[in-house]
Write a protein that binds this ligand. Sequence first.
Ligand code: RFL
Ligand code: PHB
Length: 391
Amino acid sequence: MRTQVAIIGAGPSGLLLGQLLHKAGIDNIIVERQSAEYVLGRIRAGILEQVTIDLMDEAGVGQRMHAEGLPHTGIELLFEGQRHRIDLQALTGGKKVMVYGQTELTRDLMDARQALGLPTVYSAADVAVHDFDGERPRVTFQREGRSETIECDFIAGCDGFHGVCRASVPSGAITEYEKVYPFGWLGLLSDTPPVSEELIYANTPRGFALCSQRSLSRSRYYLQVPLTDKVQDWSDEAFWNELRLRLDETARERLITGPSLEKSIAPLRSFVAEPLRFGRLFLAGDAGHIVPPTGAKGLNLAASDVHYLSTALIEYYQERSQAGIDHYSQRSLARIWKAERFSWWFTNLMHRFPAEGGFGQRVQEAELDYLIHSQAASTALAENYVGLPMA
Ligand code: RFL
Ligand code: PHB
C-alpha cells in the first residue's frame, strides 16, 4: 500500500486530521490498534472550545454537534459550601464552550470517513513505524494474521499516550517533562438529568468533585479518589452517597441518581514531549502531551495540534513549502505549554492535597477567595477555560 500521510490512531486527533487532509486532496490511511466499537466505548472529554467547534465545521462534520451540543456561558465553583458563578461569556467578550461528548464527536468523524470510503484499518496488530528520519517512511502491521506495509511521505503519530510513535523515537532525540498527581478521578455516567444547568467544580474537605453532563438527560460526575482505590470498591450507591457529601445543600436535594452506564478511574498526569517532529514523523494530541482533565483541555489541545499539522502538510503539498512543517513543533508547543500551565493551576486550586499541610490549605482558600472577588483573576480563569486564541 502507498499513501501520502499514514495516520496512526483513530481517536479524535487521527480522525480529524484524516478528514482535513482529505478535504485538501491529500491521501491518507488510518491504522488503529482497536476496533471502532472499542474506540467509541471510551468515555472521555465533554467540553469543546470554539477552536474545536470551528475545526469540526471546517472538516464538514459539525451538523449534529450544532443541533445537539449545549452551549455553556458559565461554570460554577463550589467551596466552603457556597457556589460562585464564573461568567465565561461576560469575562471574555462573548466566548462560550459547548457540551458535546468526545464519543459523539468521534462517531461523527467515523461516520463521515466511512461515507467517503476513506481507508481505515481497525484491529491492526504489531503496528510499527520505520525510517521516518529518511525520505521514505514506512508503517508495518498485522491484519488478520497477514503482514502489511504502508509506504508514505509522512507519518502522523495520533496514537495517544501509550502509542507506538513516541516510543519509537530514539531516547536521545526527545525530552519528556512529567508531573504525576497523588490521586485519580472516579467517573460515573448515568441517564439522569444533570444536577445543575452548568458544570460545578467543587473543592470540599472530602476532596474534589465535578458535576458535568453530556445532554439534558445524561450526566457525568467525577470524584477525587486515592490512587489505591479500585472501581470494584465503588458501588453506584457508594458513589452517589459520596457525591452528595461533596455538594451544597441545594444541589444535594436536586441530585437525581440512577444506575451507572460506565464507571472508571483515571490517573491525573501532566506530560509534554519535546519536540513534536522527528524528520517525517509528527506527534499530535495525547501522543505528545497529557493534561489533568480539570481544565477540560486534552481534546481541545489535540484539535489545535491537528489544525497546525494539517495546515503545515497542506502548505507542503500545495505550495511545496517546508515552512509549516519546520514550525509545527514550536507553534503547537507554545499553545500546549499555556494549557499545561492552566490545567496544572486549576488542578492545584480545586483538589485536596493533604501532604501540603495546613499552610497549603490556607493558601488555596485565599486564592479561591481572591479569584471570585477579583475581576482580573476571574478573567484569567475565564479566558483560559474558553481556550486561548490560536497563534
Ligand atoms: P486518543 O483518544 O487516546 O486516541 C489514540 C488512538 O490511538 C490508538 N492507538 C494505536 N493505534 C495503532 N497502533 C498503536 N500502537 C496504537 N496505540 C494506541 C488508540 O487505540 C486510540 O484509539 O488520543 P487523541 O486522538 O490524541 O485524543 C486525545 C483525547 O482523547 C484526550 O485528550 C481527552 O479525552 C482528554 N480529556 C478531556 N479533554 C477535553 O478537551 N475536555 C474534557 O472535558 C476532557 N475530559 C479527558 C476528560 C480524558 C479523560 N481520561 C479518561 C483520560 C476526562 C477524562 C476522564
Ligand atoms: C467531562 O464532562 O467529562 C468533563 C468536563 C469538564 C472537565 C473534565 C471532564 O473539566
